[in-house]
Write a protein that binds this ligand. Structure first.
Ligand SMILES: NC(=O)c1ccc[n+]([C@@H]2O[C@H](COP(=O)([O-])OP(=O)(O)OC[C@H]3O[C@@H](n4cnc5c(N)ncnc54)[C@H](O)[C@@H]3O)[C@@H](O)[C@H]2O)c1
Length: 247
């Protein structure tokens, strides 16, 4: 039977766009209440259009370490202790390794890695107390293979997997699971910008299934990991890459 999210509170970073927005829609359609956290100042309006009611949008810049605990405090005050955290906020700044500028390296680490950590830490504190939690971190195929011009991105996503391992083992006995999901190119604004044109066509041809992933396919995997049936799964990294990293 498909997992219902009725009565579940899900904090989703990056909920204004792409995978985060699609995951928010998936949970909301099945009864979940969403707290969307995003840099985009329209996040409140965007989550208000999701199925159901009572969703909350919080405008936060997750490059700021203080933003995560503010977001979780505001989420708890508005709707209660979250059952689920999906860390989907992220960016891909692509440069040849020899010319990566310090500010672009740092921003990538601040959002993709530190933002993920501080959100998990803040959510973990209240989840551990509640004795239940599901945390899903968006990593990437770039976490397990090298990609041209992706030095900062690959490094940040590989670190997300290392972080996922540690949080999973520290929190396993308290009912809090922590997993990572690693898609190939997903057809979202981020994926389309990073893989436009000829480069994208070549990448698509190199994927054994012959296409990019759709956000709904990633949302379905995340929903499984966020559900009760996934209680035994923790510390894992799930590739959803059409076979790309196996070739
Ligand atoms: N699209 C892909 O091809 C792909 C592949 C593998 C992994 N991923 C990962 O999946 C996640 C979601 O990607 P997407 O394709 O949905 O991207 P997207 O650009 O469509 O959405 C990302 C969201 O994160 C938000 N965000 C960015 N910086 C932020 C910050 N400092 N604070 C708060 N919010 C911020 C943006 O405003 C946006 O709403 C990212 O972590 C990305 O690295 C994407």
């Amino acid at each position: 039977m498909e997992q219902s999210f009725s009565g579940r509170i899900a904090v989703i970073t990056g909920a204004a766009s792409g995978i985060g927005h699609t995951v928010a829609h998936h949970f909301a359609e099945r009864g979940g209440r969403i707290v969307g956290v995003d840099l985009n100042d329209r996040v409140g309006e965007i989550v208000a259009t999701l199925p159901g009611s009572g969703h909350v949008g919080l405008v936060k810049n997750l490059a700021d370490p203080a933003a995560a605990s503010e977001a979780i405090d505001e989420a708890v005050a508005a709707v209660g202790v979250p059952h689920i955290l999906v860390n989907s906020a992220g960016l891909a700044l692509l440069d040849p390794a020899v010319s990566v500028a310090p500010d672009r390296w740092q921003l990538t680490m601040d959002v993709n890695l530190s933002g993920t950590f501080y959100m998990a830490q803040a959510a973990g504190r209240v989840m551990l107390e509640a004795g239940y939690g599901r945390i899903i971190n968006l990593a990437s195929q770039a976490a397990v293979i090298g990609l041209d011009q992706h030095a900062a991105y690959c490094a940040s996503k590989a670190a997300v997997i290392g972080l996922t391992h540690v949080l999973s083992l520290e929190w396993a006995r308290s009912g809090v699971t922590v997993n990572a999901v690693s898609p190939t190119v997903v057809e979202t604004p981020l994926g389309k910008a990073a893989w436009a044109g000829e480069k994208g066509e070549k990448a698509k041809a190199d994927i054994p299934v012959g296409r990019f992933a759709q956000p709904e396919e990633v949302a379905a995997l995340i929903a499984f990991l966020a559900g009760d049936d996934a209680a035994m799964i923790t510390g894992s990294n799930y590739l959803i890459d059409g076979g790309f990293t196996t070739v």
